[in-house]
Design a protein around this ligand. Structure first.
Ligand SMILES: O=C(O)C1=C[C@@H](OP(=O)(O)O)[C@@H](O)[C@H](O)C1
Ligand SMILES: C=C(OP(=O)(O)O)C(=O)O
Length: 417
């Protein structure tokens, strides 16, 4: 039965790169994710003047606590929202003029609440074209710090950018958050800041929550990146749709930082057998998949995974509270609905939900990728049960897992699917 080595977490690799660049000394990242997003992040740091050494299994970053060594830089963030949202905050701590641009896909994705918060903190940040979108320029002169209010109801990445910035400001930050999605990603940020020597405080003050970040900078360290839980969801789902099929992911188990491992609880509720141990996680397909209603606000990167296996459930699958999946690599709610309809499956969507009826997906269906890695990886799972599924842009998996198709073919063989 397949035991799968899943590549490192994208979110952890991006944060580790930021923290390493800001720390006072040299940091080593062990088993970082090597993909378009994280290589784009590392190249962004290089453009900002940091020294990043990359070998196959470890990356080394020479940290510069006083901000980017370069006095001017042009950074291309590609499709990566972590790069596009975290690096302008890092740039603000330096002294220079830093321009950030991104792919057409990333240019469409929003940024305005973060822009506003940075401006409220005195950062000179200007958008060149549409307000709240790339390209943008930061004219940096360090950040004083203080109190700031943030709406992170569209993306937790705005809050992560400010939290990561906090210790690099002169006075620290007190961030009042009025709304928050994808909350477990903020827990990853806070846990990783702790590993780099910073303790974030919390206060419950009136509506929302308050995060208190002390000044004083980061300590370098050696940091081992855990396997990516969102990537693992395709392999867990593969086991769940295969009666008697079993998949084990080592290195991702009890104590993992990533909320997306919670996807296995959804599979358990549907009827799969799940074992989460300190050393790894195993999912076993029982031949039974029940429908359910599930709130995925915390783990919405796995919404397409569930949508793609939903037709095989015995009852309707309703996924709620996932409005922000409309502002990801594509409008994921509509992309999932469109592809399910192409497969002949009955589906309905609302502003923040999708409901999928049981069905028998049509063989030979062409899936529209929308340039979104998660659409391709999710419907690859459907393809385990339906012959002849094809994709118009299979290569877009490079964003987080360039070797996905090879790894998935191996699992398919191992599952006898
Ligand atoms: O902070 C992060 O690393 C991420 C946060 C989430 O985004 P949102 O907070 O925008 O939902 C997630 O979807 C994304 O893949 C990675
Ligand atoms: C939404 C995603 O990526 P990001 O927001 O980091 O570009 C994702 O990987 O599903």
């Amino acid at each position: 039965m397949p035991v799968i080595d899943i590549p490192g977490s994208k979110s952890i690799t991006a944060r580790a790169l930021f923290l390493a660049a800001a720390a006072d000394g040299v940091t080593t990242l062990v088993r970082p994710l090597r993909s378009d997003d994280t290589e784009g992040f590392a190249e962004g740091l290089t453009a900002l003047g940091y020294r990043v050494g990359r070998t196959r299994d470890a990356w080394q970053v020479d940290g510069r606590p006083q901000g980017p060594p370069a006095r001017e830089a042009d950074v291309h963030c590609r499709d990566g929202a972590t790069t596009a949202r975290f690096l302008p905050a890092l740039a603000a701590t330096g002294h220079g003029v830093y321009r950030f641009d991104a792919s057409a896909q990333m240019r469409r994705r929003p940024l305005l609440p973060l822009t506003r918060a940075l401006r409220d903190l005195g950062v000179d940040l200007r958008h060149e074209e549409a307000e709240g979108h790339h390209p943008l320029t930061v004219r940096a002169a360090g950040v004083e710090g203080g109190d700031v209010v943030l709406d992170a109801g569209q993306s937790s990445q705005y809050l992560t950018a400010l939290l990561l910035l906090g210790p690099l400001t002169r006075r620290g930050l007190r961030i009042r958050v009025t709304d928050l999605v994808s909350a477990p990603y903020v827990e990853i940020t806070i846990a990783m800041m702790r590993a780099f020597g910073v303790e974030v405080g919390r206060e419950a003050a009136g509506p929302g929550q308050v995060f208190v970040v002390p000044p004083g900078g980061y300590r370098p360290t050696t940091y081992a990146v855990e396997p990516d839980a969102s990537t693992a969801s395709y392999f867990f789902a593969a086991a769940a749709v295969t009666p008697g099929g079993e998949v084990t992911v080592p290195g991702l188990g009890a104590g993992a930082l990533q909320g997306d491992l919670g996807f296995v609880d959804v599979l358990r509720r549907m009827g799969a057998e799940v074992s989460v141990r300190p050393e790894g996680t195993t999912v076993r397909g029982t031949g039974q998949l029940r429908g359910l209603t599930v709130n995925m606000r915390d783990i919405s990167d796995t919404m397409p995974t569930l949508a793609a296996v939903a037709p095989f459930a015995s009852g309707p699958v309703r996924i709620e509270d996932v409005a922000n999946t409309r502002v990801k690599e594509c409008d994921r709610l509509e992309a999932c609905a469109e592809n399910l309809r192409r497969l002949g499956v009955r589906v309905a969507t609302g502003p923040d939900w999708i409901e999928i009826r049981p069905g028998t997906p049509a063989p030979g269906t062409g899936i529209k990728s929308y340039g979104d890695h998660r659409i391709v990886m999710s419907f690859a799972v459907t393809g385990l049960r339906v012959p002849g599924i094809s994709f118009d842009d299979p290569g877009c998996v490079r964003k987080t897992f360039p070797g996905f198709h090879e790894a998935f073919a191996e699992v398919r063989g191992g599952l006898g699917a």
